[in-house]
Design a protein around this ligand. Structure first.
Ligand SMILES: Nc1nc2c(ncn2[C@@H]2O[C@H](COP(=O)(O)OP(=O)(O)O)[C@@H](O)[C@H]2O)c(=O)[nH]1
Ligand SMILES: [Mg+2]
Length: 391
């Protein structure tokens, strides 16, 4: 991470760590999570495979700490989910790195049928291997991980794609998938294959109340492991902007082509007409383009040094001013406006429309501990991880 984005990271990370020390009413860890953690650990010896789901944007930071002795056992497998939001070449390196440590690992997009089919096939063959080639055996796979990494989405997709047999048709259950962390409250079972029968257990996400450092805290918050409302969209999106500003991503937005309709200048009568036609919906492509164009313009015209914390803060502040126009946000108070811009920007980031970033540095920059499968707590001395953007 560039030194300049670290001031935002530090502030956000400190807020996250403070929340960890509070109970479930104000923070995220409480009796319900502790009970779920116990239930998961009780089930672990009984299942055939523990499929740990991590977020591909933070393959190390999103490691599931509660795995205990199951981490590194031969029935432990890792899925790096949300590959569509991460830098592709970094994901490839992370997968190789984790596999080098004798843990089967796959990059996954829970919303992509082909990707889930591949995961299903890996799960089937892994189970077969673990059962010494025995194929008529009913097996159970338990999905575990921190909140919001996509466990329920994977359970649903596997259930929909993998179930076989006319008898099961029309009996599809649905796991609760939500953009908010902490929505899965119980362990539920879904059938994902017949001959042999394979069941997947979806479990609640668990996040330790003790976050190792501010850097971990800010990445967990930005990728959605902690409720946005606990931290505030403004603070989260400021941190995101500081990462974006230190990356190369905006350089691709310098010569975006606009259709005639999209070229209408802001603030004109034509623009107002267009606004009525497309109510302020930021899923509209032209708004995304305006946002990208605004970000490109603000970064490329900035004269300060992005290596300096104070100057980065100045740039981020000016970007918020410019973005409220791009997002067509018109609130009276600066606070409301910043909150609305922040929420819209986060939404674009989390749907991959303002670039794909892997926030954990390349594996070779981390000191690995062989039993943790990528869960490394400290970057090597002086090698500070950089946010990585894809072209
Ligand atoms: N872009 C993208 N979003 C995903 C993917 N998997 C899950 N999501 C989204 O991430 C959010 C959390 O998913 P959910 O399955 O509820 O996470 P859980 O808390 O681990 O069960 C939801 O908004 C999902 O639609 C993925 O592979 N790519
Ligand atoms: Mg869930």
């Amino acid at each position: 991470m560039a030194a300049a984005s670290s001031s935002f990271s530090r502030r956000l990370g400190a807020a996250v760590r403070e929340l960890g020390m509070k109970g479930a009413a104000e923070g995220w860890y409480g009796a319900h999570m502790a009970a779920a953690e116990r239930a998961i650990l009780e089930r672990a010896p009984l299942v055939d495979l523990v499929l740990e789901v991590r977020d591909a944007r933070i393959p190390a930071t999103s490691a599931f700490e509660s795995l205990g002795r199951w981490s590194g056992s031969n029935k432990h497998m890792i899925a790096l989910n949300k590959v569509d939001l991460a830098d592709a070449s970094s994901t490839e390196k992370w997968v190789k790195h984790i596999e080098k440590q004798n843990c089967v690992c796959r990059g996954v997009n829970a919303h992509n049928k082909g990707s889930i089919k591949e995961l299903l096939s890996t799960v089937r063959s892994r189970i077969k291997e673990l059962n010494g080639g025995e194929s008529s055996y009913t097996a159970t796979v338990m999905l575990v991980g921190i909140p919001n990494v996509g466990k329920s989405a994977i359970a649903n997709s596997m259930h929909q794609i993998g179930r076989i047999g006319a008898m099961e048709k029309g009996k599809l259950k649905h796991a609760m998938v939500s953009p908010l962390p902490g929505e899965t409250r119980d362990i539920s079972s879904y059938k994902i294959a017949s001959h042999p029968n394979i069941y997947v257990l979806d479990t609640p996400g668990i996040l330790s109340p003790k976050i190792a450092n501010d850097d971990f805290g800010s990445k967990l918050a930005l990728t959605g492991a902690i409720k946005d409302s606990l931290l505030g969209e403004y603070k989260l999106s400021q941190y995101f902007l500081s990462l974006l500003n230190s990356s190369e991503e905006h350089k691709h937005w310098g010569n975006l082509k606009y259709s005639t309709d999209e070229k209408i200048p802001l603030g004109t009568k034509d623009e107002q007409r267009r606004r009525r036609r497309y109510p302020s919906d930021h899923t509209q492509d032209f708004i995304v383009k305006d946002v990208r164009r605004t970000l490109f313009m603000t970064i490329s015209s900035f004269k300060g040094s992005l290596e300096k914390g104070k100057e980065m803060e100045k740039l981020v502040e000016s970007q918020f001013m410019a973005l409220h126009e791009a997002f067509r946000v018109s609130y009276e108070s600066t606070e409301d406006r910043n909150k609305a811009v922040g929420a819209k920007l986060l939404n674009l980031y989390r749907t991959g429309r303002v670039g794909r970033y892997t926030l954990d540095a390349f594996p070779e920059l981390w000191r690995s501990s062989p039993d943790q499968f990528g869960k490394m707590t400290r970057p090597m001395k002086r090698q500070i991880p950089q946010p990585i953007a894809i072209v």
